[in-house]
Design a protein around this ligand. Structure first.
Ligand code: PNS
Length: 158
């Protein structure tokens, strides 16, 4: 079975990596999909977000990184997948995630969204917090994969 894990990944954090590691153990193929949330202004371009994910994930048999700028359900049809994976950190994520899951199901009743809880030590973590810390010189090396920490700091440090 193919799972699609969509998100902004601006940039990928250890919280996202936790979901990638967990999800890839329970599916045959995991597509990590860099997508566009129209309510966000991105710091990293689509290409940069893909590149950071590729560096962080490395070579794995059943995980690949792709990007898409249209509707998620259209991408799901293109790759013939029916399961979306999303990570939940806290109750505060739930409302918007439920809305997205139900909107996607409204577009295609065959598509389901599975939610996985991130580990407790990642539950406070967000891409926006990483960007803010990096911009002001805070330590991020325990929050993002080691392969990409310097790239993030170079891009963001004032
Ligand atoms: O990491 P994010 O910002 O919570 O990810 C949200 C994302 C990019 C997965 C979502 O906005 C999305 O699926 N965008 C693609 C456009 C789409 O299909 N929108 C309808 C579902 S709400």
């Amino acid at each position: 079975m193919t799972f699609v894990y969509p998100g902004s990944f601006d940039p990928v954090t250890n919280g996202h990596m936790d979901i990638i590691n967990r999800a890839s153990k329970i599916c045959d193929r995991l597509i990590v999909l860099v997508s566009v949330n129209l309510s966000k202004n991105y710091v990293f371009s689509l290409e940069e977000r893909v590149e950071l994910l590729k560096l962080a994930i490395g070579k794995r048999d059943n995980v690949e990184v792709m990007s898409h700028t249209g509707l998620l359900v259209d991408f799901m049809h293109k790759v013939n997948a029916k399961t979306i994976i999303k990570g939940l950190r806290a109750v505060s994520d739930f409302e918007s995630e439920m809305q997205m899951a139900l909107l996607n199901r409204n577009l295609d009743n065959e598509i389901d969204t599975l939610f996985m809880m991130t580990s407790l030590n990642n539950s406070f973590l967000s891409s926006s917090a990483v960007r803010e810390l990096a911009r002001y010189g805070g330590k991020i090396d325990d929050l993002v994969p080691p392969e990409i920490a310097d790239i993030i700091i170079r891009k963001l440090k004032k």
